[in-house]
Design a protein around this ligand. Sequence first.
Ligand code: WT7
Length: 633
Amino acid sequence: MLRINTLGGYFHEYQKSVSNPEDFWSDIAQTFYWRKKWDTTLEWNFEEPKVEWFKGGKLNITENIFERRMFTHADRPAIIWESNSPDEPSITLTYKQLHEKVCQFANVLLKNGVQKGDRVAIYLPMLPEATIAMLACARVGAVHSVVFAGFSANSLSDRIIDAECKLVLTSDGSYRGGKNIGIKTIVDEALERCPTVEKVIVLKRTGEAINMTPGRDVWWHDETEGVSTENKAQEMDSEDMLFILYTSGSTGKPKGVVHTTGGYMVYTQYTFENVFQIDAGDIYWCSADIGWITGHSYIVYGPLLSGSTVVMFEGIPTYPHVGRFWEIIEKHKVTHFYTAPTAIRSLQASGLDPVTPFNLSSLKVLGTVGEPINVEAWQWYHTHIGKGKCPIVDTWWQTETGGMMISPIAGITPTKPAYATLPLPGIQPILVDSEGKELKGNGVEGNLCIKFPWPSMLRTTYGDHERCRQTYFSTYKGLYFTGDGVKRDEDGYYRILGRVDDVINVSGHRLGTAEVENAINEHPLVNESAVVGYPHDIKGQGIYAYVVLEKDGQSHDKDAMKSSIISTVNKIIGPIAKPDKILIVSGLPKTRSGKIMRRILRKIAEGDGSNLGDITTLLNPEVVEEIKVGAGL
Ligand code: WT7
């Protein structure tokens, strides 16, 4: 794999990737194992949109993880798994062992009727079996749809229904800190409205008593018993679907972002190796959950394609103590650590006492992802975790981009706190103003778009191509619109400013304000609501909900109403969407055409009751004063 070693080398590669993208990516793609070489490197237009990379190429991504490297990598550790409990021994799987388990489980999928193109939902805790499940799907050509195991039954069933999944892979329960979550019970509830699901394969983790529906539910250990560990991988076209991953947008229900095989493979390995500057023997740990794109691209595919060793952690940063992350780094001699700013901020808030007992000298590179990192958190991470010697890669990307887009190359790109710095090779960012006019040169701020395709970009949104076009390709003609605002400073460095649409980023989790409003509105005593983000010290953004109650609700105790609204949101989306603040109001500020004036609500949520602009044209200007008072302004 082509490896960037110097800043000059980066500029050289970048130039090549822009002046001749097809040659640039062909050279990289050639280092993979293709059963048949592709016919065309790239076909695209951003109008439909249509994007096809390495079309006609035949391959299986798991052959590129396993068979391609078996001669040299068989005994290398692939996964080092760390339990939720420090008392439970960790598990190491070598590439050979992982290969056998993936092949065996691929055979189990086949035995259970899974065929190429079928969709399989994965709702599992952070266990090696989650990786095995994903790779086994890829092995047989099934499309995995991983659902974060913190989502509610309702969110799970929405996703299963949308993708028409045939099979669900799950566990009896899941350990998260001091809690034991009944995963299977959630699946049972979800499946009450999922007619397409024929089978559920259940992994035993907690050993608690669960319901097993005869004819539908089978045990993972029973199914694998005596099954061959050899499996011939299904042949896929480069543009065959690899997976669907649901993500929130500014409107409607979460959409299924579709990634395909060849381009995603090439791009995730390329960016993983270059951004992190991974060498043989390194121990890489990404603390994300496999339910998010970070887990897909940089716990599973990127690292394993590159033959690296990945630490996988079942638990949470604060259990059984707030130094757990640092303890794990010492225990496994982690060299590369990749986490979210929200985790850094919350651990920073606990001070240095939990950090100092641990030896962090193995660390070489630190990374962050998911939300803007503030300068203080960046400095703390750099000084106290990296001891001033580890470069930080602040990687900007999205579920839709499949891989990192704007990021330093560790130790090579000079960094600036809070800046994602420069685009990676192959990425052509462009800033536009609200009219879509390009903002050229440096020292500008605008909406971040990408003007040329890269191999791991989304191809469609599952079952609704028009929605994909509308959401990403229609705002600015001929451009992919990211939804983010960005500043390009005098040095040409990029700083991500945050979302400019109705998407909020809470602890690095992406939520649509409309999605949270719809959940709140499900409460029988709620008439309507408006949700906005506000700055939150730890979470980056918090959720502020303005709620108008039905007449019958107005006589209820306000605190009781608030907690009952929170449980509604937990039930409909999951605990990650629970509002931090709820303000019960008698009305929402609206324009004469009935549109909620979110700008005003955002200002108030930020704690700024002045400069609300002209409110005299509102339908109901009087509620603004009431809301201000309610918010303590
Ligand atoms: C949104 C995408 C990419 C994996 C995790 C999130 C924000 C992501 C950064 C960063 C500032 C960032 C953006 C983006 N974001 N990385 N380094 N600096 N903001 O994936 O759930 O699809 O969310 O996260 O707003 O649009 P996602």
